[in-house]
Design a protein around this ligand. Structure first.
Ligand SMILES: Cc1cc2nc3c(=O)[nH]c(=O)nc-3n(C[C@H](O)[C@H](O)[C@H](O)COP(=O)(O)O)c2cc1C
Length: 364
């Protein structure tokens, strides 16, 4: 399946070492101001080579809008966007064409299709997420009209939880950490892993600020189930928890319950604009019964360490024989900071789809 969404639909295509990758967005409302620089801004946040743990592959990721925009505005027609692959070194992968790299998608693609483009992981490469970010950039513009903002950051790196959150610090550091105090510590952990030719995973935390109340629907269109599906569709994502998530499962009901606030100065039910005061601690992540409360939506996503490492590893080849491999290509020590813009994009796609679905059923 290469199409995502019900009303606002993203279809994407392309392989890591093919000629280009692209996104087709259908169902975008007309009249939205859109330029290549709006998309480029987001693509630049996803590009490799921005910190010491990042792959040296140097792709410009220059996007070209091919259709659906006229005189700077969307026309309501399909929006097609292309990004060419320019920094491709397929010879790095020649020696791996009959080998299944551990924890990669090589084996399952081969099992299912009987053929695979082994160059750079083909379609299973993180490079496919270029198209998601293109769709997300357009979705973010629609959300911005409603003053809805999505911010993601690295909450954990290599098992180290970073407690302090300063949203303004996230864009000032390439690891996308919100904890300034512990930035140097994170760099140290990363350096150690790199020296040991190893890699690190982490946990991303995503916040949707100022979301509309009422998004999502019972029973199969719950907002959190769509967010989970969206995030888990991203390569290397292995876990999702909404709000206090797994911690809630370890509490008694009396502890887990999050009371509604009866603010004397504001009636929350009448004045849905001041949503941030709805519950005491927003334990359910801004969603109850699958429908957004209007409080900030927040969730965490577990990202595994990149599987391509420089250490020698045991695996099997296509005849089932045991072989040892060492990945010689260009790879990342950590991919979490690059996965964050992708997760933000997937979140934006889900929210816009639900906004349009809500309008269709309930009006504005
Ligand atoms: C933006 C992005 C970049 C990625 N870069 C790498 C990488 O450099 N090395 C690697 O081993 N995996 C990388 N991955 C992860 C693989 O694509 C993924 O682990 C693989 O396809 C197997 O899928 P799974 O881990 O979801 O089961 C990246 C994923 C994303 C989203």
């Amino acid at each position: 399946m290469n199409t995502f969404g019900t009303v606002f639909r993203l279809t994407c295509w392309g392989e890591s070492h093919g000629r280009a990758l692209g996104a087709l967005i259908d169902g975008c409302p007309p009249g939205l101001e859109l330029s290549e620089s709006d998309i480029q801004k987001e693509l630049d946040r996803r590009r490799p080579g921005q910190h010491i743990g990042s792959s040296p592959r140097q792709e410009n990721d220059r996007c070209e809008i091919l259709s659906g925009v006229f005189e700077g505005k969307t026309t309501g027609m399909p929006i097609s966007v292309l990004v060419r692959n320019t920094d491709v070194q397929s010879k790095d992968y020649e020696s791996l064409k009959n080998i299944y790299r551990p924890s990669h998608a090589d084996l399952t693609y081969q099992l299912k299709y009987g053929i695979r483009d082994y160059r750079g992981g083909g379609r299973s490469s993180g490079r496919e997420t270029v198209a998601r970010v293109i769709g997300g950039a357009i979705a973010k513009k629609i959300l911005a009209q409603q003053k809805i903002q999505i911010i993601g950051f690295s909450r954990e790196i290599g098992g180290q939880f970073f407690e302090h959150v300063d949203f303004s610090y996230i864009k000032k550091n390439p690891l996308r950490m919100a904890d300034k105090k512990n930035y140097k510590k994170a760099l140290q952990i990363l350096k150690q892993a790199k020296e040991g030719k190893d890699s690190l995973g982490g946990v991303a935390e995503i916040h949707v600020q100022n979301p509309s109340a009422g998004l999502g629907s019972p029973v199969f269109g719950k907002l959190e189930s769509d967010l989970a599906r969206a995030c888990l569709s991203v390569g290397s994502v292995k876990g999702f928890e909404i709000g206090e998530g797994f911690a809630l499962s370890r509490m008694n009901g009396s502890e887990a319950n999050d009371s509604f606030l009866n603010s004397s100065s504001k009636s929350v039910l009448k004045d849905f604009k001041d949503q941030s005061f709805l519950t005491q601690r927003n334990a359910n992540g801004g969603i109850l019964g699958g429908i957004s409360t209007g409080e900030d939506i927040w969730f965490r996503v577990a990202v595994k360490p990149p599987s391509s490492i420089g250490q020698s590893q045991e695996t099997i080849d296509s005849s089932g024989k045991k072989v040892k491999i060492k990945i010689e290509g260009r790879y990342d020590t950590i991919i979490l900071p690059r996965v964050i813009p992708v997760l933000e994009s997937m979140t934006a796609l889900v929210l816009v789809d639900h906004l349009l679905l809500h309008r269709a059923q309930c009006g504005n």
